[in-house]
Structure formats: C-alpha cells, structure tokens
Design a protein. Structure first.
Length: 129
C-alpha cells in the first residue's frame, strides 16, 4: 500500500505573494511575482495558476489580453484558457515574471490561485492603448 503524501513533500507551499508591476513599454507590462511563506520568499520551485480579470476582486475573468508570456524567470507549463489562465512554475527562488501584452486601452488585475486554493491579487495593470 502506498503511503499518503505529506504537506510540503513536493517542495515549498506558498501562502502569499508579492508583485512588482513594471511600466508599460511598447504595449507590454512585466509583472514580477515572488511566492512567499509568510514574509519570507520560498526557497524552492512552486506552481500556481494565474488568471486575469477586469476587476480587482477577480469576479470577472477575461481573455482580452493580446498575449501572456513568460518574462525572464519561471516557465508557463500550460495555457488553460488562451490569454486568460496559465499554469506557471517559478524558479527555485520562488520568483517568476510574466509579460502581458495589450494594444488597446485596458485595465487588468492578475490573480494567483495558490496550492491551498487561496487567491492573491495584484494591483492594477493599466494599458494606455
């Protein structure tokens, strides 16, 4: 009989995150994300779902962004809904960044769904168009 899996057996379990929102350049905003346990950065890779919405609470998911691509850190494991919901794996430092492209004037919010099911929200990503 197989033993049950223990919490954290497969690496760090983030319970929050911090965000750095870059300035819009050529219709692209870079969103840096640091996964954390409390106030400390996790010290292992972790995977989280990320989706965009047009409201800060996350009640209105949207697929309106032109593209969501990985920046310099982390990797997108899969796009579950094109331009709206992606599964992202962080670097072993718990950091990843996304390049979100939008050619029109728009405001989006990024929402991370953590392994526990909790949702952490970014500030506004404002595109000038």
């Amino acid at each position: 009989m197989n033993a049950p899996f223990l919490p954290g057996e497969f690496g760090a379990q983030p319970n929050t995150a911090s965000f750095v929102i870059g300035a819009e350049t050529a219709h692209v905003i870079n969103l840096g994300v640091q996964l954390k346990q409390g106030a400390d950065a996790i010290e292992d890779a972790a995977a989280v779902h990320v989706y965009l919405s047009t409201d800060a609470v996350g009640d209105t998911p949207t697929a309106a962004a032109d593209t969501i691509a990985i920046g310099t850190d982390g990797s997108i494991i899969g796009a579950l809904i094109a331009h709206a919901l992606v599964l992202v794996k962080s670097e072993t430092s718990g950091h990843f960044d996304l390049n979100i492209t939008e050619a029109s004037a728009a405001t989006y919010y990024a929402h991370l769904v953590l392994p526990s099911g909790a949702i952490v929200r970014s500030g506004a990503l404002v595109f000038g168009g």
